[in-house]
Design a protein around this ligand. Structure first.
Ligand code: ZN
Length: 390
């Protein structure tokens, strides 16, 4: 064998691709070698030999691992925001295999001077690269930009491995023009940006309205539905129409505003811009099921097919964030969530149940081709569970 690990997932009842254009694949088997997908097809046509791990999906649903586009991690699997341990492990049990930091803003004593914030960003990036809580991929090291930063600071951050900015607007840079200059420098050096949208999140932060967001032109309109306080409806519609950037909807926002943003993106025929986050940990706590709940909310109340809503939390985010996961495609990371309709849901199928607003039951998660968790301790129990054959 020229490889170390070969995973075969067989007897898949429904295979969700993560790709809006073609959300359901006509295949029942996925094979991964050393953490990367190598084959997708019918079992009879696939090379099943020399597997080191076989998972029998037992007719259940396989979907790319969910991506939370907006979290605020601090250190390892601990958050000081609600003094909780193991929130990332708990979120893995909600199907999330990748998280994107929108700033490590809850770090006690977080430095706000320029040398300090740069040092913390580099340290956070390294810490989460070196240690993945329960295997979850946490992309962190997202500095909150402050007044006085110059182009050289962004160059230095990029050269030292920083790939994200924390939410623009949480620091002292709150004016459109100033933000635009720094977002531009970040982009020049390959650093992605997200801007806070709406009213202040906690005492000390401020309002960021549509004019600032349009000027700043960050890559992602962070929590367009507010975190928690949403902008007026006409501003949300205007942002969807006039700013071509990512439309991020979060669990910890205003649900009515979330539905408005979704409907507007749908009317514009731009659902590929919609991505999902939780914005946790936060004042509302941590949300292990936050991404699943947002998928079910948007699907049931926003009249969106469940398979489409699942793409918001997988392929859309992967493409917008330039991640190697989030899609069932040869060459992508073998990050999967295996689920089934919850016991006693009124839905006839898993997709039906999500469209009725129920959460699916998770039976297993897989990251980089390795089984990371089995029956979820957090979701309602799945009707049928997958099994590891060996
Ligand atoms: Zn925010």
């Amino acid at each position: 064998m020229a490889f170390k690990e070969k995973l075969v997932v067989k007897n898949i009842g429904l295979l969700i691709s993560g790709d809006l254009e073609n959300p359901v694949l006509d295949a029942n088997t996925v094979i991964a070698i050393d953490g990367l997908i190598t084959e997708i097809g019918k079992g009879k046509d696939c090379n099943l030999e020399e597997a080191t791990q076989i998972v029998d999906a037992k007719g259940t649903t396989v979907c790319p691992g969910l991506i939370d586009s907006h979290v605020h991690p601090v250190a390892g699997d601990w958050t000081p925001r609600q003094s909780q341990l193991n929130w990332i492990d708990s979120t893995l049990h909600g199907g999330v295999t990748t998280m994107i930091s929108a700033g490590e803003v809850h770090m006690p004593g977080r430095p706000k001077d320029i040398v300090g914030l740069k040092a913390m960003a580099v340290a956070s990036q390294r810490m989460f690269e070196n240690f993945r809580p329960s295997g979850v991929k946490v992309h962190a090291g997202a500095p909150v930009i402050e007044q006085g930063m110059v182009e050289e600071d962004f160059k230095e951050l990029a050269e030292n491995g920083v790939k994200l900015l924390g939410e623009v607007g949480l620091g002292s840079v709150k004016a459109g023009e100033e933000a635009q200059k720094m977002v531009g420098w970040a982009r020049k050096y390959g650093i992605q940006s997200t801007i806070h949208t709406g009213g202040p999140s906690i005492p000390g932060s401020g309002l960021i309205d549509k004019d600032v967001i349009l000027d700043a032109d960050a890559d992602i309109i962070g929590h367009i539905n507010g975190g928690h306080t949403a902008l007026p409806d006409e501003q949300i519609v205007c942002l969807c129409e006039q700013c071509g950037r990512g439309i991020e909807i979060v669990h910890n926002g205003n649900s009515r505003a979330a539905l408005l943003a979704l409907r507007t993106a749908n009317e514009l025929n731009q659902l590929e811009r919609v991505i999902l986050g939780t914005d946790g940990p936060a004042g509302s706590g941590v949300q292990p099921l936050g991404i699943l709940r947002t998928v079910a909310m948007l699907s049931s109340l926003g009249d969106i097919n469940a398979e489409t809503a699942l793409c918001f939390a997988t392929g859309n985010t992967a493409r917008m964030r330039d991640l190697d996961c989030g899609l069932i495609e040869v060459g992508r990371s073998a990050d999967f969530v295996i689920m089934d309709k919850a016991q006693h849901t009124a839905g006839k199928t898993i997709l039906d149940s999500i469209q009725l607003g129920d959460l699916p039951g998770i039976g297993m998660t897989i990251i980089d081709g390795l089984v990371r968790s089995q029956r979820s301790r957090n979701t309602p129990p799945a009707t049928t569970l997958p099994e590891t054959v060996f």
